[in-house]
Design a protein around this ligand. Structure first.
Ligand code: ZN
Length: 222
């Protein structure tokens, strides 16, 4: 079972199932999610496992690049974007990225970097990084610049930010196959997933309290 499907099922069950059925499904979900991350962590320990899925005869001389990244080039000067000039929805996404950056710095001690956006990125040597045309890290000031276009999708943006944080933590921005990076990336993924899960649970509890209060207030009035 795919992890996204498991999480969706879980969210659905929180809102709709009876407590007994929910508890049963919860046990099943957690054991599968734990199993999923264990497999991923084992694969990270031996980087060679990743290549098991290679197709015979295919050209793997060039490192994998993200589809959007393949359309961009890093050329010219770094051009930071004024945060006051982005749209309100982009600002919400940006602030969530800043929040996740701080949350990870506090929980698993990822470097406390400043997150900014850039409309143009300078050349780099991140040769084997699948997001090599989407970010630039300024070591001296600890500033992570993310390509402006990435902020149009919350999923893309957060995935990119956590990917970069894992690279910065392991002091290797170049190679996605570095086992130290992979281990840190999956660890970061676990913490972000757990945070989202707890947020959903908190929200469902608040919705429950709201519904309960509403029913009782209406009962009294009648
Ligand atoms: Zn990478």
């Amino acid at each position: 079972m795919n992890a996204t499907v498991i999480l969706s099922l879980h969210c659905f069950s929180v809102f709709t199932l009876s407590p007994k059925l929910y508890k049963l499904l919860q046990c099943k979900c957690f054991s599968t999610i734990t199993g999923y991350f264990c497999k991923v962590e084992c694969a990270a320990e031996t980087a060679t496992d990743i290549y098991v899925f290679h197709t015979t005869g295919a050209d793997y001389s060039r490192a994998y690049i993200d589809v959007k990244d393949a359309q961009w080039v890093c050329r010219g000067e770094l051009k930071p974007v004024d945060i006051n000039s982005i749209t309100p929805s982009q600002f919400v996404t940006y602030r969530f990225g800043v929040f996740i950056t701080r949350y990870l710095a506090q929980t698993i001690r990822t470097p406390d970097v400043t997150l900014l956006l850039a409309s143009n990125l300078p050349p780099n040597n991140y040769d084997r990084n699948c997001f090599r045309n989407s970010f630039f890290y300024e070591h001296k000031r600890k500033v992570l610049f993310v390509r402006h276009e990435r902020i149009d999708s919350i999923g893309d943006f957060i995935l990119l930010v956590v990917h970069c944080l894992a690279h910065i933590s392991t002091k290797d921005l170049k190679d996605d196959a570095n086992p130290l990076f992979l281990r840190q990336f999956y660890k970061v993924g676990q913490y972000v997933s757990a945070f989202c899960f707890l947020s959903i649970i908190t929200l469902s509890i608040l919705v429950g309290i709201y519904k309960y209060t509403l029913v009782h207030v209406l009962d009294k009035d009648m």
